[in-house]
Ligand binder design. Structure first.
Ligand code: NAD
Length: 472
């Protein structure tokens, strides 16, 4: 077991104000693998002071100089990629092959995109007799969840640093270890002291102290909708910029002319990725009434490939959930689906065979789910798919939009124009058409209660900028 005793403030590893610790647990073994400091409001005060002090210098550095620091961070991140992948598999439970590609790989792709953008982006423009300046928002609190921990942190850190903002980061208390490695990398990059600071700790203590701090100009938050609402209310007291990336309940629509087997395979892959702990997971599969039996046959065939196992096994496709709390929450949703009368096609509440330890849940699929059922309305955040039937295209769109969320979605059709027509009617921030690939340069963010921010690429950079007009 490793013991991390320090937090990163003002370019130094410092002892926190309190000796309280957080235990980090491996969800596959239930063993404590590390302890990290449980920071406090005293630490937040020191971190925000350091970030504020560093702001005048950093915000006025030339973009090329900022790109130089980001390049150093990028190179170290690539070098330490294999170590980071294994670390995140151990603290989160994602299968190692996926961790290598997504958890450790994606942050390097994102960082590289911001290095490139800094060479192209116009931080000012002329509009008539005005010169419009795009200036950094200021001190940013970056509060992140556990499901794609380094990716979610890197989206904020890369864009905020590129914009000229300084940062205080608070990673999730469940998966803080990768963020500590990032702080080590940043420390060795020679980034000026105070530009990046990290305080590990709980949301109620460190998170709230950051969101309430008058010297924090912006909160960039990724997490649950419930906490997002609280953050918006707290941030309002000092009229902060609040960018929220929240939960989802996204729908895949299989139109009647779709390639059903391909669509089923892709939906299962989206729904079960990271044991269903993905904000943009396609968790409701909407299918034409008369295709029910065919779809169920393909589902049974392809779910069989998702057998929970130790995530360090190189062939593993699905590992445990992140914590006992999360597992129990998901099992409650499965119980509610059964109680509400949905047809349990595969999976259920029994623990998977041969895994006496670890927070594993069987990949579960419900058929004949109706829109008033809890499993159709609430974000489960586990490996649970709901199949719902529709009569016609209009009803499919109505069911897809019948949610408080609006983060992602998918449409499948043999006719791409038809698919696009349907996609345009979905009230959601992202729609994948016929398996369209994730694009790290396209804006990512929610409609409705899935949030108000946009991350990635140019839109992600602009989140951390504010505009000033000079008239001549
Ligand atoms: P969470 O809301 O419980 O916690 C997120 C972060 O907020 C953690 O760092 C936590 O410590 C902190 N926090 C908790 N209470 C706080 C408070 N009162 N004030 C300030 N900070 C506080 O979410 P989670 O369980 O870590 O993550 C899962 C959720 O995140 C899901 O709902 C998922 O959909 C969402 N998510 C959204 C996106 C997106 O881009 N839209 C991406 C990933 C995850």
């Amino acid at each position: 077991m490793k013991s991390y005793g320090k937090i990163y403030i003002g370019g130094h590893w410092c002892l926190p104000a309190s000796t309280d610790l957080i235990e980090v647990i491996n969800p596959a073994t239930e063993a404590v693998i590390a302890t990290v400091p449980a920071g406090s409001s005293v630490d937040v005060e020191a971190a925000v002071t350091a970030a504020r002090k560093a702001l005048p210098g950093w915000s006025t550095t030339k973009p090329a100089i900022r790109a130089g620091y980001l390049t150093q961070i990028y190179e170290a991140l690539v070098t330490r990629g294999p170590e980071l992948a294994e670390l995140m598999t151990t603290e989160l439970g994602m299968p190692i092959k996926l961790s290598q590609r997504i958890q450790a790989g994606l942050p390097t792709v994102v960082l590289e995109s911001y290095i490139k953008l800094l060479g192209e982006f116009a931080f000012s423009e002329r509009i008539g007799n005005s010169l419009v300046l795009k200036e950094p928002v200021g001190v940013v609190a970056a509060i992140t969840p556990w499901n794609y921990p380094l990716h979610q942190l890197m989206i904020k850190v890369a864009a905020a640093l590129a914009a000229g903002c300084t940062i205080v980061a608070k990673p999730s208390e469940l998966t803080p270890l990768n963020a500590l490695v990032l702080a080590e990398i940043i420390d060795s990059s020679g980034l000026p002291p105070g530009v990046f600071n990290l305080v590990s700790g709980y949301g109620a203590e460190v998170g709230e102290a950051l969101v309430s701090h008058p010297d924090v100009d912006m909160v960039s938050f990724t997490g649950s909708t419930a906490i997002g609402k609280r953050i918006m209310a707290l941030g309002a007291q000092t009229v902060k910029h609040v960018a929220l990336e929240l939960g989802g309940k996204s729908a895949t629509i299989l139109l009647d002319d779709a390639d059903i087997e391909t669509a089923v395979k892709a939906t299962l892959s989206s729904c079960f990725l990271n044991s269903g702990q993905t904000c943009s997971a396609h968790t409701r599969m909407l299918i034409p009434q008369d295709k029910y039996e065919l779809v169920v046959a393909f589902v049974r065939q392809h779910v069989a490939l998702y057998v929970p196992e130790n995530p360090l096994n190189t062939q593993a496709r699905i590992g445990p959930l992140v914590s006992a709390v999360q597992r129990d929450r998901v099992l409650d949703y499965i119980r509610s689906g059964i109680a509400d009368g949905a047809e349990l096609l595969i999976g259920g509440i029994e623990p998977p065979d041969g895994l006496p330890l670890g927070y594993y849940v069987r990949p579960t699929v419900f058929g004949r789910v109706t829109k008033e059922m809890k499993i159709a309305r609430e974000e489960i955040f586990g490996p649970v798919l709901s199949i719902m039937t529709y009569r016609d295209e209009d009803e499919a769109i109505e069911i897809a939009n019948d949610t408080v969320y609006g983060l992602s979605g998918a449409v499948w059709s043999a006719d791409p124009e038809r698919a696009e027509r349907v996609a345009r009617k979905l009230q959601t921030g992202q729609v994948d058409i016929n398996g369209g690939r994730f694009n790290p340069l396209a804006p990512f963010g929610g409609y409705k209660q899935s949030g108000n921010g946009r991350e990635l690429g140019r839109y992600g950079l602009e989140e951390f900028l504010q505009t000033k007009s000079l008239q001549f």
